[in-house]
Ligand binder design. Structure first.
Ligand code: ASP
Ligand code: MG
Length: 475
């Protein structure tokens, strides 16, 4: 649709009545000028509470369930009372009660079974977004802006991978057009849940934690939007995590590929899958701060004409390195690698970095610490025979590591850059444990000792000429 703007508000941007009021105003201002679709996350922390409640149910912890239900009701009731005119409150409080009752029914079922079926989790957890969408739409209507709450279950069609579903773009396109274009045509602002969808036969799904960004880009692509704005609580994509690097700067512009690499390597501002649906239509994205909307934010575009070397340095601390090494020359190392990776992939573990040396064919890979136990169990069962017969050395695990990644399209074909990065790290006396550079040359990833991670990030950030001090020196 011509001129269509899709806007997504994250959890902190709708975290209270005050924040919802600001989000609604930002949406209404644009909707006065052009067609707008709003995508909303659950209020901050609500998804965590919903998921924890279901874990309590599985464990049979009644008190835990009740405490969380009380917290859920209190938070949304309070937002409703602060947000809406008194006359409208009873009806909306009743809607909140009904949605939380729906959630409670599923939770009670889980408590009875002592089990949390993935598809029931997906149905139940989407209540967080249904609540926030309902409140934002009610508030817009109360302010005289015609708005309609929409459940993405009726719009976003996905595969059946519960908890981490992928969109099916063709049917989503059809449904998005059928549901949303008529609303826009009547001058109604659709406010739609992020995070959730449903299979073609109607079973509820979710797109993975933090998936509302992905929802927004799926809808932007499905509706041929002209722009996507993602509202968060930071000023945009930064050259490094400002808590580690005080000199970190907001980047005015990055490419899709850079933004995706940064997200995959630990930058939290955007869900890593967000850019994929936009690639074909080349829809530009803005990452903006709803707490400082006057700031320009970061523009994310398919390509940038002038490339400047490294754009940003990211890091991840909560990771672990898993190493495997054949103990017998009879073992085909490449086959072991293939089976090991297959095993962790089946366990739904994300491999953050992989490195191998042909000498003795040992190899190592990096995973998130919360996925470590699952990875090791998967490897132990897939390679049980080799381990039992000592064809393989015991699986080695090192939790005392961190990942640093330097990202930038302009790093391609720049000789000496890797050397400078490694030298900068060794100059601050941090030991390098493993390195990887994809053939795209977009990212140089380095695994270092955990206690040296922050120091290494600062050193590489400075070495690559990033940050405000450097930007000031150039002008
Ligand atoms: N509410 C969901 C989550 O916390 C989705 C999102 O915030 O993007 O994971
Ligand atoms: Mg989020």
């Amino acid at each position: 649709m011509k001129d269509l703007l899709v806007m997504k508000f994250g959890g902190t941007s709708v975290g209270s009545a005050e924040r919802m009021r600001i989000a609604a105003r930002l949406a209404a201002e644009e909707a006065a000028k052009r067609p707008v679709v709003v995508v909303v996350s659950a209020m901050s922390k609500i998804t965590d509470i919903l998921l924890a409640t279901m874990r309590h149910a599985e464990a049979g912890d009644r008190a835990g369930i009740e405490a969380n239900l009380t917290a859920l009701r209190a938070r949304h009731d309070e937002a409703c009372r602060e947000l809406l005119p008194e006359a409208r409150q009873p009806a909306v409080l009743a809607k909140i009660a009904r949605l939380i009752d729906d959630f409670e029914r599923i939770v009670n079922g889980m408590a009875m079974l002592g089990e949390r079926p993935p598809r029931s989790i997906d149905e139940a957890v989407a209540v967080g977004e249904r609540l926030s969408v309902m409140l934002v739409a009610e508030h817009l209507n109360a302010e005289g802006v015609r708005a309609a709450a929409v459940n993405a279950q009726d719009v976003v069609v996905t595969d059946a991978v519960f908890g981490n579903a992928s969109p099916l773009m063709e049917p989503t396109r059809e449904k998005a057009r059928a549901h949303l274009l008529p609303l826009l045509g009547q001058g109604v602002l659709p406010v739609i849940t992020g995070f959730n969808g449903a299979t073609a036969d109607g079973r509820p799904t979710t797109l993975g934690r933090g998936g509302s960004d992905f929802s927004a880009s799926i809808l932007a692509a499905a509706l041929d939007a002209s722009e996507l704005w993602i509202w968060t609580d930071v000023d945009g994509i930064m050259s490094a995590d400002p808590r580690l690097v005080p000199d970190a700067d907001v980047l005015a512009e990055v490419t899709y590929a850079e933004a995706a690499e940064l997200a995959y390597n630990g930058a939290k501002v955007l869900h890593p899958k967000t850019l994929a649906p936009l690639a074909e239509k080349k829809i530009p994205v803005w990452s903006k701060n709803s707490f400082a909307p006057e700031k320009p934010g970061t523009r994310i575009v398919p390509a940038i004409a002038v490339q400047n070397g490294t754009r940003a340095v990211t890091s991840m601390g909560n990771v672990a390195m898993v190493s495997l090494e054949p103990a017998s020359p009879e073992l085909n190392g490449v086959q072991v690698m293939a089976r090991a990776l297959d095993a962790v992939a089946r366990a739904d573990v994300e491999v953050l970095l992989f490195s191998s040396s042909s000498y003795r064919q040992n190899f190592c890979f990096l995973v998130r610490q919360e996925e470590l136990e699952r990875s090791v169990r998967a490897l132990e069962s897939a390679l049980a025979l080799e381990l039992a017969h000592k064809y393989l050395y015991p699986i080695a695990v090192d939790r005392d590591v961190g990942l640093l990644a330097a990202v930038g399209e302009g790093m391609q074909g720049k000789p000496g850059l890797a050397g400078r990065i490694f030298t900068a790290i060794s100059r601050v006396n941090v030991n390098i444990i493993a390195i990887a550079q994809g053939s795209s040359e977009l990212t140089i990833a380095v695994v270092v000792r955990r206690d040296g991670l922050e120091k290494a990030v600062r050193a590489v950030h400075a070495e690559c000429g990033l940050g405000r001090a450097h930007a000031a020196a150039q002008h």
